[in-house]
Every structure is written in structure tokens, then in C-alpha cells.
Ligand binder design. Structure first.
Ligand code: FES
Ligand code: FES
Length: 161
């Protein structure tokens, strides 16, 4: 039988106290307990990137992180923490403006991954954008528009000589 423990998670700036199995993947706690369903389940094996979230500013696959591995002051940010309808982040707005999606299922993971890239490298080259987004899968093959959307926010994109 699964053992439950009291665990505190800080998600999108708000602390949440939960009594849960520490072996539970963060993905399911976000979706089922906290109702943050923007974070998607794709493969469940760390391969597709649909479940990407930021933890202390770095991108992680939430299907591969158990809540027991997290500290109470770790800053977890989901797609909902970046912006909401009516108050979209610059990246979210760029994805809309560039129609950088088909079905939209991979989009939260793409945006979270791009957010991590731009925080660490505000002016990436196109190659750096492609390389940072490369492990996120899009079954609708919206890759060219996704790169355009990220590049538009990157503003002074470095020239490729
Ligand atoms: S669902 Fe986590 S990487 Fe695919
Ligand atoms: S927009 Fe459909 S999977 Fe990427």
C-alpha cells in the first residue's frame, strides 16, 4: 500500500500542503490534486516534453520527478504561472500570433522549455533555439512556426554567420 506523507510544494508562487505518496510523479499531483491541467501527459517516460515545468528556473519533465524529491522552497512554475488568458506572457502571445501549434497539446511544454531557454540565454541564435527545443515532440509538426515564435521574443536573435 502506498504510504502518504505531508508534503509542501510551492507552485506558481503559492505553497500547497498535501498528504500524498512521496513517490507520486509531480505531473499527476499538478494535474489531479492542484487542477493545473495545462501540464500535459504525453509519454510518461521523459521522452516527449509535454509535461515540462520549471523548477528553480530550469526545465524538468514532471513525469520523471517525484514529489518526494522536491523541497518545500523549490519554485515550481507551470504554464499557468507564466500567464493566463487575458494576461498572456510575451512568449504565450508570440505562439498565438505565429499560430505555433496545430492541436496545441505540446504547446505548454514548448512554451515552458522556451521560457527556460530565454531566461538563461535572452538572445539565442536560431540554432540554439532549435537545439533547446529539439527534445520536445510535436505530432502536428509545427516546428517552423514554434522556432519563429521563440525567435520573435528573442528579439536580437544572434546572427548565424
Ligand atoms: S509525459 Fe513527460 S516527457 Fe512525455
Ligand atoms: S501542436 Fe499538436 S502536438 Fe504540437
Amino acid at each position: 500500500m502506498a504510504r502518504a506523507e505531508k508534503i509542501t510544494l510551492k507552485v506558481n508562487g503559492e505553497p500547497h500542503s498535501l498528504t500524498i505518496d512521496p513517490g507520486e510523479p509531480l505531473l499527476w499531483v499538478l494535474r489531479d490534486q492542484l487542477k493545473l491541467t495545462g501540464t500535459k501527459f504525453g509519454c510518461g517516460e521523459g521522452e516527449c516534453g509535454a509535461c515540462s515545468v520549471l523548477i528553480n528556473g530550469e526545465v524538468f519533465r514532471s513525469c520523471m520527478v517525484t514529489v518526494g524529491e522536491l523541497a518545500a522552497d523549490d519554485q515550481i512554475v507551470t504554464i499557468e504561472g507564466l500567464g493566463r488568458p487575458g494576461n498572456l506572457s510575451e512568449l504565450q502571445r508570440a505562439f498565438v500570433d505565429h499560430t505555433a501549434f496545430g492541436c496545441g497539446y505540446c504547446t505548454p511544454g514548448m512554451i515552458v522549455t522556451a521560457e527556460a531557454l530565454l531566461r538563461s540565454n535572452p538572445h539565442p541564435s536560431r540554432d540554439e533555439i532549435v537545439s533547446a527545443m529539439d527534445d520536445n515532440l510535436c505530432r502536428c509538426a509545427s516546428y517552423p512556426a514554434i522556432v519563429e515564435a521563440v525567435a520573435s521574443v528573442a528579439g536580437g536573435v544572434k546572427r548565424e554567420d
